[in-house]
Design a protein around this ligand. Structure first.
Ligand SMILES: Nc1ncnc2c1ncn2[C@@H]1O[C@H](COP(=O)(O)OP(=O)(O)OP(=O)(O)O)[C@@H](O)[C@H]1O
Ligand SMILES: [Mg+2]
Length: 622
């Protein structure tokens, strides 16, 4: 993960100094027209990297050098294509604070025409309107326009029955390319496939369009009540992602109250400076800043912001979604939020009054995911088999017992294969008994199905996962292994084995600790697994595991305990060690430099967070 370092170089109103990495593009290198550009054949103007490209056969476009002011003039004309731009307007746009003789303008115009190969007497690109100004006359279109973008969407992989939903999402994304922001809620019961749909859509969008993608997740309990929990995660991802430097620069200029949430992106002095600047900050200011900053980020390259599991959303994030939806300025912004309506229906849910209002005012769309049809399940089974065949009745059986819920369907299939009633032999499905004789003792609830899956694991695997679920949906080997009473290498071996079997656990990004060590991280394929694993344990055992995990984390973070203070407080609290819980709670509190925007809620379970994010939350005193 690249962290943008802001240690030298001038400017910005917050007084922050940013080191910029100038793009170094060699002439003749392969380039991609992106959404942050304008095309006029055979050229395209890269407005982010401020250069002009000429298309060449084979994709090796040629970069054409233009002086910065000449580039600015060309950009101004292209952006106002088809309209007269007077000399005064050009001078004002390109030299806003300097008095410049019209001769300078003419000289740059000569250079521009030269590189375009344009004849002023018979122009193909720029027409001179004597004593008035200039007009760009060639047809211009946005690079990566919606139509062009969609042409390249790759076919879905592994996802069945969601063609319509994907097409709708693509259509909404297409509108953002025209500057029309889109807010979409994808809803459906647990396991219906909201995350799977968005994963697939994100994959398609990333492959087919030039789009920035940021993702944040609301979490149950403590995390679900922290202001902007999911938005912070998404913004953190943007800062650390491709072109993160420009995002940091925008935050520095427009959202210092947000930049200060990411201590690893600023030096201590800069942070102190920011702290001074934002003293006495209000909830309204934070909201205004992030909305404006995201609109700026999305002004050129479209931004897809995914906020998952809004049934656990905090009120600040709801305000944020509402403000984004109601803002009227143009932005190539698409926000997709997912939630389970059953949980959302609870009274007092912060989204409950907002979403219907947005719907009534046509400020958002709702995509309701229904269960898969029998034919979809047939397609799912067929895709697994080498010859695409599915035993008669198997899809119907699974459909009947899962009601089309993909998670239930997967669990039911797992249950059948686990009992040896169905198998994939030589890549072909085989039934070991006639379908009508299969008594699929489908557990009433998914929890039971998951429990059955867990029961089939070895004792060591069960112990490993019971310790793993203590930190939430993801866990770190070096923190969890000892609590599972397992050597680190054995623990890693168990997790790798499960992942290899595509069972319950997947690997995630490695985690670094303040003592300099790094460790493998894993996550559960679905949050329900960690929930079931957590709840099926006796409270006394859970408390013991929390304590062991707290102690291990404490040792790993001994050099800078403040970074994990909130997490440590949580584990010691749950582990019954009130003294240490108070110590770390206080340490977390001491790191409060921005006044908390809400009361710190009771902590129940929380997700283990990536290091930067943990710092952020502790640092902000949330
Ligand atoms: N359309 C589909 N085709 C094939 N598999 C699917 C489909 N939708 C979901 N799945 C699988 O079903 C499981 C559950 O899906 P997913 O996690 O996306 O549900 P969800 O709606 O996000 O649930 P939750 O509300 O609990 O977050 C996953 O293993 C996923 O891969
Ligand atoms: Mg989900």
């Amino acid at each position: 993960m690249s962290v943008v370092n802001i240690r030298s170089v001038p400017h910005f109103r917050s007084g922050i100094h940013i080191r910029t990495a100038e793009p170094r593009l060699a002439a003749g290198c392969r380039s991609m027209p992106s959404a942050h550009g304008k095309e006029f054949d055979p050229f395209w103007l890269d407005t982010v990297n401020q250069c002009l490209w000429r298309r060449c056969r084979g994709g090796d476009d040629e970069r054409i050098l233009l002086k910065p002011k000449a580039f600015d003039m060309l950009r101004c004309l292209v952006e106002h294509a088809g309209r007269l731009v007077t000399q005064e307007q050009l001078l004002e746009a390109v030299w806003p604070d300097t008095h410049v003789q019209p001769e300078v303008l003419k000289r740059h115009m000569f250079d521009i025409r030269n590189v375009l190969g344009d004849d002023p007497k018979c122009p193909a690109y720029i027409e001179t309107l004597p004593r008035r100004g200039y007009q760009f006359i060639a047809p211009v279109r946005s690079c990566g326009s919606a139509q062009a973008a969609f042409a390249d969407f790759p076919a879905p992989t592994g996802l069945v029955g969601r063609d319509r939903a994907l097409a709708d999402l693509r259509a909404y994304l297409g509108r953002t390319f025209e500057g029309s922001r889109q807010i979409v809620f994808v809803t459906g019961e647990a396991g219906i496939g909201k995350t799977a749909l968005l994963d697939e859509f994100q994959r398609q969008a990333a492959a087919g369009t030039p789009v920035r993608i940021a993702r944040g997740q609301c979490v149950e309990g403590y995390g679900g009540k922290e202001p902007y929990y999911a938005v912070l995660e998404a913004v953190s991802g943007l800062c650390n992602g491709p072109e993160g430097e420009s995002v940091v620069r925008i935050l520095a200029a427009q959202a210092p109250t947000w930049l200060v949430q990411f201590p690893s992106l600023v030096t201590r002095e800069q942070r102190e400076m920011l702290q001074r600047e934002i003293q006495g900050t209000t909830r309204q200011r934070m909201l205004r800043e992030i909305v404006e900053a995201l609109e700026t980020i999305a002004s050129e390259i479209p931004l897809l912001l995914v906020l998952e599991d809004l049934h656990w959303v905090d009120p600040s994030t709801v305000d944020f979604i509402s403000a984004l939806a109601r803002s009227r300025s143009d932005a190539k912004l698409m926000v997709i939020g997912t939630y389970r309506p059953a949980d959302f229906a609870l009274s007092g849910h912060p989204l409950r009054s907002v979403e219907p209002d947005l719907l009534v005012h046509r400020l958002c769309h709702e995509l309701v995911l229904e269960g898969l049809k029998e034919a979809d399940i047939g397609a799912y089974l067929a895709a697994e088999s080498v010859d695409g065949t599915v035993p008669e009745g198997l899809a119907a059986l699974l459909h009947e017992h899962s009601d089309g819920n993909p998670l239930f369907m997967e669990a039911a299939l797992e249950h059948l294969t686990g009992r040896g009633l169905v198998s994939l032999e030589g890549g072909r499905w085989q039934l070991q008994a006639p379908v009508e004789e299969i008594d699929l003792e489908v557990p009433e609830r998914l929890r039971r199905m998951i429990e059955l899956q867990i029961d089939r694991l070895s004792g060591a695997e069960q112990r490993a996962l019971e310790a793993a679920c203590i930190t939430g949906n993801s866990f770190t080997a070096s923190v969890t292994a000892s609590a599972a009473d397992t050597k680190l290498e054995d623990f890693v071996g168990l997790c790798e084995g499960l992942e290899h079997r595509n069972y319950i656990v997947l690997s995630a990004d490695a985690q670094e600790f303040p003592d300099g060590s790094a460790s493998r991280r894993y996550r559960f394929v679905h949050a329900l697994y960690s929930e079931v694993l957590y709840r099926r344990q006796w409270p006394g055992r859970r408390a013991k595991l929390h304590l062991q995990i707290g102690e291990r984390l404490e040792a790993l973070c001994a050099a800078r305990p403040g970074e994990a203070a909130a997490e440590l407080a949580h584990h010691f609290e749950e582990g019954g060690d009130a003294e240490r819980a108070a110590k770390y709670r206080q340490l977390a509190g001491r790191r409060v430099e921005v006044r908390p925007l809400v009361e710190i809620p009771d902590r129940s379970r929380r997700e283990s967070l990536p290091p930067t994010f943990t710092l952020t939350l502790a640092g902000a005193g949330f």
